[in-house]
Structures are given as structure tokens and as C-alpha cells.
Ligand binder design. Sequence first.
Ligand SMILES: *Cc1c(COP(=O)(O)O)cnc(C)c1O
Length: 381
Amino acid sequence: MGLSKTIWTNPTEFLRNQQPENPVLFFAPSVVQAMARRFLDGFPGLVTYAVKSNPGEEMVENLIAAGVKGFDCASPFEIDLIRRLAPDAAIHYNNPVRSRAEIAHAVARGIKSYSVDSASELAKLIEMVPAAGTEISVRFKLPVAGAAYNFGAKFGATEELAVELLKTVAAAGFVPSITFHPGTQCTDPNAWASYIREAAVIARRAGVKIRRLNVGGGFPNHRATGVVPQLDATFETIGRVAREAFGADLPELVCEPGRALCGDAFTLAARIKAVRDDLHVFLNDGLYGSLFELGQIGIIDRIEVLDPQGTRRSGAVHGRICFGPTCDSVDRLPGDVPFPDDIAEGDFVVVHGMGAYSTVTNSRFNGFGELQLVTVLSLKL
Ligand SMILES: *Cc1c(COP(=O)(O)O)cnc(C)c1O
């Protein structure tokens, strides 16, 4: 999956000219750069990019060009990728569970920031990582509604445990910090408010003045037509609540957005293989392809349909059952997918907001998954 060298004006121009048989993801560097600047200008602290959401080199390079200087990595592979593309960038190794070989790899690469949510994994870090100047952030969880996934189900210490871990981090001579992740596609700014207040309680109970508070990712991208992400309100809430909750002990703030930075910079064009007996729509992409995440967190309804000549289908919109190309019956988009009534075989189904958790989870199951990346000046059709 290499990026083509030609830059097209917009998806329509490419689709009309190339009539691609396989799914295409269109990438607009201008969109990711603008989004990076919104974060850099609006967030009251350090902006780091969660590499896992889209580790494409074109994505990372555009973020660097826009001024992003920090990266949240979860594996040796991601650490090496960022070291190669941005040798001077800050790398935070924020996967709370690591094998000893992974820790050794990070130490050898000079990684100075780690997160942890358990006594056993903290013991490994204390044993293997030189303390001086190295930050360990204690990750805690709250039961908070408002996000598409419940991140707390896998990671995050309870308040009791977080207090103990933070004391241990400080006593071992590491730079003590706190982190959390409110859950991905979190559209409610109050989720961050609850977490930040709880972080202040944990620091106070531990009697530790923390250097930094990392408020995680979870900032939403634009998936539902009627729900435009309120980034500025979220930034304002984070800054205000941190000042209120920590007072004179206000830590530096860090965020680690993934989908909010990369999500809106890609638009997918899948092709209709068949409208079976005028009923079910079969696409050349699905849950085993770039649409994997729709099965986890629900449909993106920012959908437009073009006929093969690039003209927009304009029939009344109704929900239809929509399948991906594989022979697996779970390969069905969730719920009913909104399509104009006049769609036909050979049309292009254009789905906006497809930059996060798409290229990277695309599989070759059943021989499908040949995905082309195309650079465009604009994602508007
Ligand atoms: C996945 C992840 C992120 C990014 O999450 P988004 O919802 O894409 O913003 C940030 N931090 C950590 C620790 C993660 O695991």
C-alpha cells in the first residue's frame, strides 16, 4: 500500500478517470495540518499523537510539518518508526503492559516516559529503567459514560491502587505523573472534567506533587453528520478544571489524540459490487477491510454516492443492509446504511472521516483488502 505520487484535485476527479476496482482511501494533507494546528493552538499543553490510530508515514510526516513534537507509542515498532521520522520528538511509551524485551528496547532507544497501572508492571520498570529524569505516569480509570469504547475495561488502576503506585513511583526517584484515557470518540467534555478532578484527589491522597497530567486521547472526529466535535469547548474545560482542581500544584498538561488528528483527513471510496435483487448492497470493502471499526463503534453516516461518471446520486435516502466482500456473514456494516434510492452496481460509496483505525486494521482476509492510498488537494467531491 504505497502512496501514489500524483496529486489529484479531489476524489471525484480520480474516480471518474481511474474507475478503480479496489477500495481507495483519499488523503488530504491540508486537512491533517489544519487539525494539528487546531490542537497546537487550542490545547493548553503538549500535543502528542497516538501513533496507533494511523501510523502511515504520510500522516506522521504531515503532523511533524505542522509542528507536532510528541508521539504516544505502544510498541517497539512504533518507537522505531518515530525515531526514524522524527529523531528529536518526545516519545511516550504509554502501553501499561510490556514484556521485558520491550522494556529493554525502549531503554536502549532512550525513552524517558512510561505509563503504568499495576504493581507488577511498575516493579519491572523500577528494575529495568534508570530513574533519573524518567517519567512514570500512573494510569487510573473511572466508570465514565460518553465514549464509544470503555477503555477502563482493559487499563487503569482504581483510586486506591493509583495512590499506592504514585507513592512508589516518587519514592523510587522517577518523575511522578498521572494519566488516563476517557475512551475513544468521547463527545462529552465533562468526561475529562471528572477524570481531572479524580487525578487531583489521587495526587493529594498520595502526597505527591505531579509533574504532568496526561489527559489521554478520545477527542472525537466527525463521524455523524449532526454531531460536529466540540474541540474548543473540550480544551477550555480541560484547562479550567485542571486549574480549579490542582490550584497552586497545577501540573503541565499533555494530550495524546489519535482519531481527532487523523480521522477527518481520509475519505474512503468503496465500490458497489452488486445490489442483490434490488435489496442488499455488497461493497468491495467491509469489516475485514478498512471499515473494521464500524463494527466496533457504529456506522459513519457521512456517506455520499457517486455514479461511475462522478455524478452524485440524489434519490431519497433510506437505510439498507450492506455487506462487505468476504464470505463471512459477520462482514456486514452495523444497522442500516443510509443510501440514496437510485444507487446501482458500479457506483462509488464515499465515506468521510475514515482516517483513524482504518488503513492499519485492514486485513487480507479472503483475498480482499487491496487498498490504494491517493493524495488529493481537497476531500470535497
Ligand atoms: C488509543 C490510545 C490513544 C488514542 O485514542 P483516540 O481515541 O484515537 O484519540 C491515546 N492514548 C492511549 C494510551 C491509547 O491507548
